[in-house]
Design a protein around this ligand. Sequence first.
Ligand code: MSP
Length: 514
Amino acid sequence: MNSRFYITTPIYYPNGEPHLGHIYTTVAADTVARYHRLNGEETFFLTGTDEHGIKMVKTAAEKKVTPRQLADEMAGSFESLWKELQITNDDFIRTPQDRHRETVQHVVNRLLENGDIYLGSYTGWYDEGQEEFVTETTAKENQYKSEINGKPLTRYEESTYFFRLKKYVPRILQHIADHPEFIQPDSRRNEVVSKLKMDVEDLSISRASLEWGIKMPNDPKHVVYVWIDALTNYITVLGYGRAGQDELMKKFWPADVHLIGKEIMWFHTVYWPAMLMSLGLELPRTVFAHGWWTADGKKMSKTLGNFIGLEQIRTLRAQYSFDAVRYYLMRAAVFGSDLDWSDREFAAAYDDLSKKLGNCLNRVTNMTARYCDNTVPAAGDLEEIDRNVLAIAEALPAKLADAYARLALQDCATLPIEVVRAVDGYIEATQPFKLKDPSQHARRNTVLNIMARGMHAALVGLLPIMPEKAAAGLKQLGVDAGGKTLSDLFKNVPDAGHKLGEGSALFPRVETAK
Ligand code: MSP
């Protein structure tokens, strides 16, 4: 096991309010960060905002504010949202910060020193929504429109500095071949490899027609291309290129996971590695691309009225708790696949929590209070059905470790719930509430003991996914999760003599189901 762990989200364009897509990536990264922290690893989790570039300039103009005003206002929304949602990021980077400018200029200087940058002129297409240069072939294939948002491409003709991207293609291909874990999920690897084999030109990395950005250190009439600026964020926060401040760099680089949406895979698996190779730095271990959200099978859009924005998320949070939203997001699809928002599925997810998890926990606390003075009774001889439930509970830590290592986040959410289902089936099969005759009390004690142990394992396993609710559930089982590692918690099973806490409905029934 690693003793340190570094995970990042993309830094988001603050040209509008945060929405479901941003929340999804951030919750996923938060879940993984929490798991590693709970595992006792020194963990660094980074998110932030990507504030330069033409997209910000244009949105600001539409809103009749300056790019800086727009950035300040919206970056503030992102930062305060993560606080409101109790996201555990260790830093929040904003690209106009001094520390970032220093690191970016240092990076560009290093690329210049290596002879990897030259002055030329760019004539071609640009996708302003994606902030991406588009080759003639691709532009033509898509009728000169953006592949992502369908808007017309812009034609550029200007003098610009180029980065020798082509030179690094063979090394990147070799790296991908040697490190199957580098591009995840596996299904995304081929897209990158085939594009690398046909379509790579040197990369224009400066814009003379733009003022809003970080100046090229060798030529202040140009600003640095927004993606070179943005990708560098991952090492800015570690102090790279700033004398005497790179303590974190030594500790946390290379990153373990860059978590991103699938539309920005190319930047992270081609531009970024090439830059890192030129800098002589190691490449991140894994770039993991998740899928896109749609709603009821259609692309989310404000006009279609199926857009899941901040307001909806806040409403769901008020009705069901944010932990319920987190659980829904993580179980909604295999991590990496596209996802579809469905109110029916949300209700089904909430049923898992309310009718299964909450209900089973209630039964443990109620019956233990009623029959055993709120103290876990000793188990007698175990029957096969008892051993089966225990085996499922005891297998959970290893299964979760494997699922988190593979970033199989849907499994991370559902594996503990499978333990709950096993306990639920066990209660149905053993009917402890009917074991009233004194001759049956020993058996009832065994069943109550097993139920408590099963629910305990499930709740510990849910801590990264539903931090508040899982801790509250554990409290009802008389366990204080604060400051303990997962392995301590898993080991400290509530056995005979353990006093339970007070029971209450963990996921109350919600009348106004949507
Ligand atoms: N600023 C760049 C990233 C630079 S990283 C060095 C950017 N920003 S963005 O605001 O457009 O955010 C894109 C990211 O937000 C996606 O990669 C994904 O993580 C998340 N999502 C935005 N919309 C999404 C969906 N509809 N579905 C899932 N995730 C999406 O690109």
